[in-house]
Design a protein around this ligand. Structure first.
Ligand code: NAD
Ligand code: TYD
Length: 342
């Protein structure tokens, strides 16, 4: 099979490509990535010489460039390419609509034109909005009530993907996964940000009361679920992918400090994120019926992740040099004012 992976230089995409090439050595993978601030070819150093792998730097919105890629012959598409960070979407939503909505539309229409046999749209549980503590986890039938511009853009892409199945018969499958963690995650997201701040004895900015709940999944468990849906999912269907692992943010942050042997005095409660979703949780029955289960327990996955950041200081020091500093000041400077000796 020749698989087009978009956004393969990002966190989940690069983990997916590494895992997929190891598991399916006879398949070909074409990675298309624009290399935004979140895309980094260093994430794929160990596969770049593999003859089954090739890379094209392109915007998924660039129809001409994408046409060339589809023209090589593509059996299946897995669309990871996205602007993916909620806080950035609150600051400036436009890029989220451009990439996540328009970009997905471009890919869907080319996939149709070139007769692609499977289109997997990688989506998120955030399209369902927020759950109260006593509510049942979201199912694939739950209504879409996205809170952030990021979540709204992903919901828009899901609706387009569903429309391409129903209107044109494009064999689309949609997955909605919960919060991933693991190696190569850009340190703007909770877990890597807290790990690198703790490693540097900088304050750990916890939004609001820190009692928001996320369901955590180790990135390779997500990769295995995607491969199961790619091969065995039914066209037109949606599959939730949850980790069966609900934790408050505060619990996660404390766990990181414990692993690193750092004091809880590093925690700073800061101004909350606007429209902050209280809780995410997913019912997993449908994906489990494809024979998938999460395999990595949270304690083991988190310890592995902390070790990776500890051992790959050069990686995160490089990705946090330059523009990241400006981002960090903008996002956290005022929030941490007067709350830190940093
Ligand atoms: P990421 O931000 O780490 O990576 C996104 C990648 O897309 C980057 O390599 C970036 O360069 C590339 N990209 C951005 N705009 C592009 C464009 N216009 N054309 C081509 N490439 C472009 O994101 P991630 O955390 O790896 O998430 C991957 C996908 O999984 C996203 O679609 C996201 O919505 C979804 N998802 C993420 C999570 C999570 O916890 N991280 C959970 C559920 C779903
Ligand atoms: P994040 O990793 O941005 O993922 P998402 O918003 O997509 O769930 O955030 C996870 C949780 O951690 C979310 O409730 C917001 C919170 N958070 C903080 O408390 N402080 C931070 O600095 C960040 C980045 C997130």
């Amino acid at each position: 099979m020749r698989l087009l992976v978009t956004g393969g230089a990002g966190f989940i995409g690069s983990n997916f490509i590494r895992w997929y090439l190891a598991e399916h050595p006879h398949d070909q993978v074409i990675n298309v990535d624009l290399l935004t601030y979140a895309g980094n070819l260093e994430n794929l150093r160990d596969v770049e010489k593999n003859p089954a792998y090739s890379f094209v730097r392109a915007d998924i919105n660039d129809r001409r460039a994408m046409r060339e890629v589809f023209g090589r012959g593509v059996d299946a598409v897995i669309n990871f390419a996205a602007e993916s960070h909620v806080d950035r979407s609150i600051e400036s939503p436009q890029a989220f609509i451009t990439t996540n909505v328009h970009g997905t539309l471009t890919l869907l229409s080319l996939a149709l034109e070139y007769g692609v046999k499977r289109f997997l749209q990688v989506s998120t549980d955030e399209v369902y909005g927020s759950l109260e503590p006593e509510e049942n986890p979201f199912t694939e039938e739950s209504p879409l009530v996205p809170s952030s511009p990021y979540a709204a853009s992903k919901a828009g892409a899901d609706l387009l993907a569903g429309a391409f199945y129903r209107t044109y018969g494009l064999p689309v499958v949609i997955t909605r996964c919960t919060n991933n963690y693991g190696p190569y995650q850009f340190p703007e997201k909770l877990i890597p940000l807290m790990i690198i701040n703790a490693l540097e004895d900088r304050p750990l900015p916890v939004y609001g009361d820190g009692r928001q709940v996320r369901d955590w999944i180790f990135v390779t468990d997500h990769c295995r679920a995607l491969a199961a849906v790619l091969r065995r999912g039914r066209p037109g269907e949606i599959y939730n992918i949850g980790g069966d692992c609900e934790r408050t943010n505060l619990t996660v942050v404390r766990e990181i400090l414990k692993i690193l042997g750092k004091p809880e005095t590093l925690i700073r409660f800061v101004e909350d994120r606007p429209g902050h979703d209280r809780r995410y949780a997913l019912q997993n029955t449908k994906i489990k019926n494809l024979g998938w289960r999460p395999q990595v327990a949270f304690a083991a996955g988190l310890a592995h992740t902390v070790r990776w950041y500890r051992e790959n200081r050069e990686w995160w020091q490089r990705v946090t040099s330059g523009a990241y500093r400006e981002y960090y000041r903008r996002m956290y400077g005022r929030r941490l004012e007067g709350k830190t000796g940093d």
